[in-house]
Design a binder for this molecule. Sequence first.
Ligand code: NAD
Length: 478
Amino acid sequence: MPVYPNTPLHIGGQWRPGAGLALDVVNPATGEVIGKVESAATTDLDDALAAASSGFTVWRRTSPMERAGIMKKAAGLLAERIEKIAPLLTMEQGKPLQQARNEISSAVEIIHWFAEETTRAYGRSIPARMPDVTQDVVREPVGPVAAFTPWNFPINQSVLKLAAALAAGCSIIMKGPEETPASCAELVKAFADAGIPDGVVNLVYGVPSFISTYLISHPIIRKVSFTGSTPVGKALAQLAGQHLKPITLELGGHAPALVFDDADTDDAARVLARAKYYNAGQVCIAPTRLLVHRAVFDQFVAAFENELKAIKTGYGLDPDVTMGPLANERRLAAMLEFVDDAAEHGANILSGGHRIGTRGNYFAPTIVLGATAECRVQRDEPFGPIALINRVDDYAQAVAEANRLPYGLAAYAFSRSARTMNDLARDIEAGMLSINHHGLALPETPFGGVKESGYGTEGGSEGIDAYLTPKFVSKRFI
Ligand code: NAD
């Protein structure tokens, strides 16, 4: 059994304790306390702010080539450490070991992508009205960043902010996830060990509302980024607005998946089941509302149910396990409430719908048929292993239902018709649409939502934009 470490703060290049009360870290597979995470008080945050300020002065003047070199070295160290870090991620978060490895490998790719982007953050030259005048747009790093990252992908949700900010030349104070701190700290350690200058990357943990209020309000912070729930995102957007700080918000989703009568239904069932139950459904782009044309409904439901046979639920360190426990007790309680409420409203719980065992936060992969719009799970993001399958009659009904909610993060569709694909690309209200496969969340593609799923983009060549600000410089030569 790997030894789970206590997690310190990282401020100004030093790993150190916090002045706040250290918090317990619980293994969601056993309910046991496996370690502690240090907690920041005001003094720690003041030190982090001073460090980020001096770190920014150094990093913004470090050449893009040199920045890219340090970032690639960090990516290399992370890649070398996959087998050490993956079990820590499984122990604190619950996901199966292979999914933990995948998450770290993906972080390595993301760092490489942004390391390359740092050398391509071009400005532009605007033709001037007079021959002795130049008009240039340079893109400068926006300044020290405060980033807030969640527990479902403790490395990946952090690296998207960290790598993009560093590529742009910003320093960062990241508040990592208190429930899953060790893997996020390993990400930061890779950068520290790669030789990033002191103060450029700072990592704190503690009481989220205290830290976010303090950092967002502070004049040193010039940019905010948050991944998490819509209610918290709205509160942070309000605070950022008061202080006129730009904010990127990657919030919840409630992804629709439209299966048309000309789809390959078996393939659709396979793709959607894998995506739905990955990380026990605790994925903001997980397909949740499966809207299936009535002509292929029975066939699809049978195929989807059949996919559940391949899921082995258990402790993620067991190599055969494909679905771990939910990451915390709150999610377990939420799943039970969603299912009870749906059943009370007349829905058919076709599969699962119950806790597994009494130790650990295990919840069975669940299929709910015919949940009406009155059911809570049809409004609130389940963020767990619950799939809702409903019949639709035609394109118009499917699209109306897909767009019904205030969320608009990911959407999926399955059809062989080019016409349907084109119409969907126009009609679906979402930041990302994947048709006939699961093609989202690659380092080189933009990731973000519309409506109450937030604003701003992480990933892709758009990902660095949030951390750059244009400066117009006009010169007349005399
Ligand atoms: P929550 O709303 O309490 O917290 C969500 C995240 O925000 C956590 O990481 C938390 O530490 C952080 N947070 C909470 N209050 C904060 C504050 N004032 N300042 C800064 N950060 C703050 O919910 P939860 O129980 O942790 O998670 C449940 C819900 O969160 C899910 O239903 C899901 O909708 C959402 N969520 C979304 C993502 C995502 O990838 N978009 C990730 C994790 C959680």
